[in-house]
Design a protein around this ligand. Structure first.
Ligand code: PGA
Length: 253
């Protein structure tokens, strides 16, 4: 299965720096990468980046999306607007949206559904808080997040959908789940997806790991067969470190 490496810039970046970033990625050979590469810049940079990203073999996506097409929703961006801005992907349910902004499972589900119905491809983020982990609730929480996003969702397929398992305590902290822990959660998520959809669906769905993925731990994480890519925050802000992670993807036979 082809891996997918996402770069989530969060609230970072500028017009000048984003074009320099893409030029440097191309110079470093991103267009020859064996995995899919998707950058998630702030909305404001999407239209500017489209052509240069395509030239570097990179797709772009929105870090979030609203669940309705248009209307009186001050500050929101609809899926059709993302398409119009050149994006082909979106993220639903990033932990900062869930835990800083307060998005519920229901909101995440609606975002996922509308985004996919519009023809975008979506990354669903799931993951437990440190308190949930310490209370032994990791599986319960992640299972609930997966179920509420996927149950009865007809517009989803392994072609338009990716899951990112991101333990919240590992995001931006320098801590990572051990490859064994991540491996175990990825296998469980695949089982839950199989129960909701089908074995075939689950076997073909890519599950990324996210949370302090860096050049020095990427090879170990990405070499696990249950892990089909990474969603990278901090280390995606510099072309050199992002490229080193992309190069850590094992070659497919
Ligand atoms: P990080 O962020 O790589 O900076 O931990 C990951 C993410 O939030 O997707």
């Amino acid at each position: 299965m082809k891996q997918i490496i996402g770069g989530n810039w969060k609230m970072n970046g500028s017009r000048l720096a984003s074009l320099e970033f893409l030029r440097e990625m191309k110079r470093l050979g991103s267009e020859y990468a064996s995995s899919d590469i998707v950058l998630f810049p702030p909305f404001t940079l999407l239209p500017l980046m489209t052509d240069a990203a395509a030239d570097a073999g990179i797709e772009t996506g929105g870090q979030d999306v609203f669940w309705l097409e248009k209307g009186a929703f001050t500050g929101e961006i609809s899926p059709a607007m993302l398409v119009d801005a050149g994006a082909s992907w979106f993220i639903a349910g990033h932990s900062e949206r869930r835990h800083v902004i307060g998005e519920t499972d229901e909101i995440v589900r609606r975002k996922l559904e509308t985004g996919l119905e519009t023809g975008l491809r979506g990354i669903l983020c799931v993951g437990e808080l440190i308190e949930e982990r310490e209370a032994g609730k990791t599986e319960e929480v992640v299972r609930r997040q997966v179920q509420s996003a996927l149950e009865g969702l007809d517009c989803v397929s392994p072609e338009n959908f990716v899951i990112a398992y991101e333990p919240v305590w590992a995001i931006g902290t320098g801590l990572t789940a051990t490859p064994d822990e991540a491996d175990r959660m990825h296998s469980l998520i695949r089982e839950w997806v199989a129960a909701i959809k089908s074995n075939d669906f689950a076997d073909n769905t890519r599950i990324q790991y996210g949370g302090s993925v860096k050049p020095d731990n990427a090879a170990e994480i990405l070499s696990r067969p249950s892990i089909n890519g990474a969603l990278v925050g901090g280390a995606s802000l510099k072309p050199e470190s992002f490229m080193d992670i992309i190069k850590a993807v094992p070659l497919q036979e």
